[in-house]
Design a protein around this ligand. Structure first.
Ligand SMILES: [Zn+2]
Length: 483
């Protein structure tokens, strides 16, 4: 790839060797004497040189030339930059592409990190910029090109059309002084009129001979507000972020390019804490941290970064057969493998609580907590033949207050051995206080007298998952079951 580029530019050299030294007026960087390059046998080149090459070596006058192009733009005219790598490349030249070659010197890196290269390879190339303008008005087109191994008149490189009208320019990019192709130089090219709304600027590669420079960006100087048409239609920037995530002790970093304008943003993401400006949201042991940077406004509002962490957790298991039971038909049963003849489906502790289909049947656990804490209430249940929504049939209270059981807590139907197909379900998140806590699971939709007709299931154990690594839970008043 690199080799091809070099060959391309050298072939260019043979065709147009050192043109237009007489038109040095157009160069922003004055060169008093261009004779050192040794080439003075140049073919004439068609060009509209309205002002003729009257000023061959005046740095000052070239400055005046630039200024005059901007003279009538109005006092509030400012420069808007449009990266060439964001334009639409079309045509038969398949080598013309967006990139940044490895040999670009560190101090000559292009704006936005990329440029358009190999414009001079075989085939046609159209580089199309669709720009939206808030108001109509005069503007100046400025191009930043990487100077080549010869003087390149911009008119030998491109036909420039703005809203269908061909633009004329005498501007010449002089031979690079030291580093060919990457000595970036901005020059005002022509003055034109923006129309309100979409403006289409097309740079078409000249077919006669190949004259190539790398193309870094285009600027429009105007009093109107202008931006990429795609960005305007999207409603603002759209950054593609590359993120090194922070954690609770280390800061991270986000770098982003807007896909429309290649605006570059670098954001330090402090370590995860509310003191550092994060919004913290915990659900179970999943914590979501949200960081908003108000100064970076995207099409979706201020730039927002979210990160997830997990809290430490401890599980405390309590067997249902050791709890206080009320209104049970057959209460505790021994190892269900005996009753159902399904060896290998033994419940935890060898026993379960049955018959919870009785009206107001309940199981009550009392635990002592060494600190106030939040816990997940997890139930191990022997599933039955049909699935059911748990909050339609059961109520969970903690210290007399009803816990919220989400509608999506659904006990699935048994996968195989009905009633002894043990499975854990996270039923609710509950708050425990330091000291004793009374946790009651109640059946509130029983159908007395019709055994097994109401949705329930055999109750094996409760697990309380505490989201810290210090709190200790111990059962109070555990009953020794009779097997
Ligand atoms: Zn943008």
């Amino acid at each position: 790839m690199k080799q091809k580029l070099k060959v391309g530019f050298f072939s260019v050299l043979l065709v147009f060797a050192m043109l237009f030294s007489v038109f040095a007026l157009a160069a922003c960087e004055p060169t008093d004497d261009s004779s050192g390059s040794g080439s003075n046998t140049r073919p004439p080149v068609t060009s509209d040189t309205g002002s003729s090459g009257s000023d061959s070596s005046g740095g000052d006058s070239s400055g005046e030339e630039d200024d005059s192009m901007r003279e009538d733009l109005g006092a509030d005219a400012v420069e808007y930059k449009f990266e060439a790598e964001c334009c639409v490349i079309s045509g038969t030249n398949t080598e013309c592409t967006t990139g940044c070659e490895a040999q670009v010197p560190e101090n000559l890196m292009p704006s936005g990190g990329l440029y358009v290269m190999k414009i001079d390879s075989d085939g046609s190339v159209d580089l199309t910029f669709e720009i939206w303008a808030e108001t109509a008005g005069p503007a100046v087109l400025n191009l930043c090109m990487g100077r080549s191994d010869k003087d390149v008149p911009i008119s030998n490189m491109f036909v420039i059309q703005i809203n269908g009208a061909q633009q004329r320019s005498d501007v010449v990019y002089k031979t690079a002084e030291e580093v060919r192709y990457y000595e970036w130089q901005e020059q005002d090219i022509c003055k034109f009129d923006l129309v309100q709304g979409k403006n289409t600027i097309v740079f078409s590669k000249m077919q006669q001979g190949s004259v190539g420079m790398n193309f870094d960006y285009m600027k429009i100087v105007t009093e109107s507000k202008v931006e990429w048409n795609s960005e305007h239609e999207a409603g603002g920037h759209n950054y593609n972020w590359s993120i090194t995530a922070p954690d609770t002790s280390t800061a991270g970093m986000a770098t982003g390019y807007c896909e429309y304008c290649r605006d570059y943003q670098e954001v330090t993401l402090p370590s995860l804490s509310e003191e550092n400006g994060y919004t913290r949201n915990a659900e179970g042991n999943d914590v979501t941290w949200t960081y908003t940077v108000a100064e970076i406004v995207t099409k979706d509002g201020p730039a927002t970064f979210t990160f997830n962490t997990k809290l430490n957790s401890q599980d405390f298991r309590f067997e249902c057969e050791t709890m206080v039971l009320k209104n049970y038909a057959d209460s505790i049963m021994p190892n269900d493998t005996v009753r159902y003849g399904t060896e290998g489906n033994n419940p935890s502790g060898g026993l379960v609580v049955m018959g919870m289909n009785n009206a107001d049947g309940s199981i009550t656990l009392t635990v002592n907590a060494t600190a106030d804490t939040t816990a997940a209430f997890i139930l191990c249940i022997g599933r039955q033949s049909a699935s059911y929504q748990f909050n339609a049939t059961h109520t969970l209270t903690v210290n007399g207050e009803q816990a919220t059981i989400a509608d999506d807590v659904v006990i699935a139907s048994a996968n195989g051995n009905t009633w002894v197909d043990w499975a854990e379900y996270t039923i609710a998140e509950i708050e425990l206080r330091e000291g004793e806590n009374v946790i009651e699971l109640r059946n509130n939709s029983a159908n007395p007298g019709a055994e097994n007709s109401a949705p329930s299931g055999n109750m094996d154990y409760f697990t309380l998952r505490v989201y810290d690594d210090t709190t200790v839970l111990t059962q109070v008043g555990a009953i020794t079951p009779e097997a």
